[in-house]
Ligand binder design. Structure first.
Ligand SMILES: [Zn+2]
Length: 96
């Protein structure tokens, strides 16, 4: 009787271990295939729209990752190109 209970507990232990292994294997291979299936494209474009920064020189919005960041007059500003950055620096130099 006692042995039967021990066998049953042992069986439960193995079962939970097998489940644990199956879940960790699924976690290892699952997310990658999920990403490939959903494409990840809509999420990326949504994040880009969030991270737009304004170039005050030519009034365009540039993704933060592609914007040129420079300190102009002690303030950090974002520009679409070096030309805009130089123009901003020139206006600050003229003002002071
Ligand atoms: Zn610009």
């Amino acid at each position: 009787m006692l042995r039967g209970i021990l066998y049953f507990l042992y069986f439960l232990l193995i079962l939970s271990f097998v489940r644990f292994v199956a879940r960790s294997v699924g976690r290892l291979f699952g997310p990658a295939s999920d990403l490939r299936r959903s494409g990840g494209e809509p999420r990326r474009s949504a994040r880009q729209a969030e991270d737009l920064v304004r170039d005050r020189i030519c009034n365009t919005y540039v993704p933060r990752s592609r914007a040129l960041t420079a300190k102009v007059g002690g303030r950090e500003e974002h520009f679409c190109s070096e030309a805009c950055r130089d123009r901003a620096r020139a206006t600050v130099a003229r003002a002071s």
